[in-house]
Design a protein around this ligand. Structure first.
Ligand SMILES: [Zn+2]
Length: 122
């Protein structure tokens, strides 16, 4: 989750809980129902953000790494369609070597060495 979105949802949740609490303090039947609803929704929002952030924190670093790779990959690499078989990262020309007549690619991200099945077009 985007940190800004998380902060905004948490803020909205806090506002709802405070508003709901005010409604509950200024006790009357219809206010109590609305106040109770607001407290529940606000608490639910904060719990949701807490859960999502906890899950995202538990994920391995690979998620953001893949994201960076996608963002930094140039169009040239995509056109040649060389992708690491292990982690899916784009392979640059400098990472491909001719070894005993075959093309061997070394993944710059996870270090896996594999043979290219199709010769890249150059
Ligand atoms: Zn790789």
């Amino acid at each position: 989750m985007n940190k800004l979105v998380g902060a905004l949802v948490t803020f909205a949740g806090i506002c709802l809980v405070i508003l709901g609490a005010i409604f509950l303090v200024a006790w009357s039947v219809e206010n109590a129902v609305a106040g109770g609803m607001m407290v529940l929704i606000g608490a639910g929002l904060m719990y949701y953000v807490y859960r999502v952030e906890k899950i995202e924190a538990a994920k391995p670093q690979l998620v953001s790494q893949t994201f960076n790779v996608t963002m930094s990959g140039s169009g040239e690499m995509t056109q040649k369609n060389m992708i690491c078989k292990s982690c899916g990262a784009p392979i640059a020309e400098k990472d491909v070597k001719v070894v005993q007549g075959g093309l061997m690619a070394t993944c710059p991200y996870c270090g896996v060495v594999f043979a290219m099945q199709e010769a890249p077009k150059w």
